[in-house]
Design a protein around this ligand. Structure first.
Ligand code: NAP
Ligand code: MG
Length: 508
């Protein structure tokens, strides 16, 4: 196992192509032009593997948000604007081109993502970037399939009168989109793909920790031929730029992905003009292994990956592991062995399996949870501490013997920390699984099909994975029950959430 003293971070040199991107000025995209922040301010972007500053990015604030919203409104409010008159088919082709360009620049985007976020480049290249491209390709198809209905109406108080009634599905207008740092490019794709398919305009605010791929995507949108002002990108801080976007009266909807705590602030900020709100928030997802699971080794590997993938920085991380009593010890040992075998290192190193956490703040937060778990009496099976002195690395961690009231059991840690416990009956584990304010995802491992269906029906979560975990697809809706959110990402559902219904009734 790696220890603080034995762990050295090699200095990895970015490719010439990434260096060339880093060397370019990082400005705000407003109305098709790359401009400095009105304040002239910029903020640093860090490499989480070393803590070194790798770039400076324009620090947009309320004034820049206002400029961006006005630029988006200028497009949306002009019925003759090329974006407003574009045929659905042309819109679909444009969105498809964005997907193609993402694939064309796959290596560069993966490297920038890895540098900025810390995730292994192989993961960015194998998952984040192709999934982002696939999302645009999938959404391209929806552009031509957004349609209303004709509705035969009776109007009982107007006997003999005849009407032709139908619905139109129209875009909402200007949408503020606020995204987190855990899958920076993919979250931008999840937001922008359906927004464009439905013909809206956007002001996108990436997370302060990871603005780079959103800015590169801005260039790609221009290269694809998206008209100026349709998508505006404002880098900056949540408390200033994000809050201004959520509160702006010129914004028709805010679509947010992030913590439940900030989600509640978004709802309050949106109240001023009652803009529509969708939220993808946190989770504390249960992952349940029954002794009748057909392949225990696969379940153990799946449970390890459910919590350790992306360093546990997944809203749907399987952070509460429940194992049926007879196999509990075997599973805990298996997960601990998997944790110990994970190779930590900088994202750019080819053999890295887990990179650093995204920021010093996150490092402090996650190690704070580890200390709290230990202090409150939980048992550390493996991990439980920072690794090395440089960068923001922590050891993949397994806790056992934690009580239900401990913070490691209740709170979203957003790091590679799993709390394991045993159970004895299906009804017991259903009640314990659902005993959380969150409801984003759940995992079930069993060979009993009736049990699988029973749990899938009774678990209060937006996604239930059976004999698998972390399976995402552009066509499969994803989102939260309870305090894990409002609305869904991906699939047909998200397209609906970027449109509104207009009923038209014509007297004949
Ligand atoms: P966060 O603090 O909630 O930040 C998310 C975004 O909101 C960032 O762009 C942030 O800007 C912005 N923000 C912060 N304060 C704001 C405010 N007062 N008004 C408007 N915007 C504000 O979350 P995080 O810690 O960066 O990200 C991790 C969280 O996201 C986790 O809790 C995780 O579960 C959740 N998440 C959920 C999903 C999902 O699909 N359900 C997906 C990914 C992540 P700055 O970064 O610039 O401060
Ligand atoms: Mg933040």
């Amino acid at each position: 196992m790696v220890t603080a003293s034995s762990f050295e971070i090699p200095d990895m040199k970015p490719s010439a192509r990434a260096e060339a991107f880093l060397a370019r000025p990082k400005r705000l995209l407003i109305g098709g032009r790359w401009v400095e922040a009105a304040s002239g301010k910029a903020f640093p972007v860090y490499n989480p593997a070393t803590g070194a500053i790798i770039d400076m990015v324009a620090e947009g604030d309320a004034e820049d948000i206002d400029r961006a919203v006005k630029a988006a409104r200028k497009v949306f409010d002009n019925p003759k604007h090329p974006w407003r008159t574009m045929t659905p088919s042309d819109r679909g082709r444009l969105i498809w081109r964005i997907g193609d360009l993402i694939l064309q620049h796959r290596d560069e985007l993966a490297e920038l993502e890895s540098l900025d976020n810390g995730k292994p480049m192989a993961v960015a290249n194998g998952a984040d970037v192709p999934l982002a491209a696939d999302l645009f390709h999938y959404m391209a198809g929806w552009a031509t399939k957004i349609q209303g209905h004709t509705i035969p109406i009776s109007v009982p108080y107007a006997p003999g009168a005849r009407f032709h009634a139908f619905t139109l599905r129209e875009p909402l207008g200007v949408v503020g989109q606020i995204i987190p740092w855990n899958f920076p490019l993919l979250m931008a794709a999840w937001k922008l793909g359906p927004l464009l398919a439905a013909g809206n305009c956007a002001v996108l605010k990436p997370a302060e920790q990871t603005p780079l791929t959103a800015l590169r995507l801005g260039e790609i949108l221009q290269e694809a031929g998206l008209p100026d002002g349709v998508v505006n990108i404002i880098t900056g801080f949540g408390e200033t730029a994000g809050a201004a976007l959520a509160a702006h009266d010129g914004v028709d909807k805010v679509a947010f992905t992030g913590s439940t705590e900030v989600g509640k602030l978004i709802v309050k900020a949106a109240a001023g003009n009652l803009k529509k709100v969708t939220l993808e928030l946190g989770g504390k997802s249960p992952n349940i292994i029954f002794k009748d699971t057909p392949d225990l080794a696969q379940a153990i590997a799946g449970a390890a990956s459910a919590i350790f993938f992306n360093h546990g920085q997944c809203c749907c991380a399987g952070s509460r592991l429940f194992v049926e009593k007879d196999i509990y010890k075997e599973v805990v040992n298996g997960i601990a062995d998997a944790a110990k075998a994970i190779k930590l290192g900088p994202g750019l190193a080819a053999d890295t399996q887990m990179g650093p956490l995204v920021s010093e703040e996150q490092l402090n937060r996650v190690t704070g949870f580890m200390e709290a778990g230990r202090r409150e009496g939980a048992c550390v099976v493996t991990g439980g501490q920072r690794v090395g002195q440089r960068g923001y690395f922590v050891a993949p961690t397994v806790f056992t013997e934690a009580r239900a009231d401990m913070s490691v059991v209740k709170d979203e840690i957003f790091g590679p920390v799993v709390v394991a416990d045993s159970f004895e009956s299906t009804e017991e584990i259903l009640a314990r699984s659902n005993d959380t304010p969150y409801g984003l995802a759940a995992g079930v491992w069993t060979g009993d099909i009736a049990k699988a269906h029973h749990l899938a029906a009774q678990l209060r979560a937006g996604t239930v994975w059976v004999n698998c975990y972390n399976i995402f697809d552009s066509a499969l809706p994803f989102g939260g029950y309870k305090q894990s959110g409002w609305g869904r990402e991906m699939g047909h559902e998200v397209v609906e959430q970027y449109t509104q219904t207009k009923a038209v009734c014509i007297g004949l």
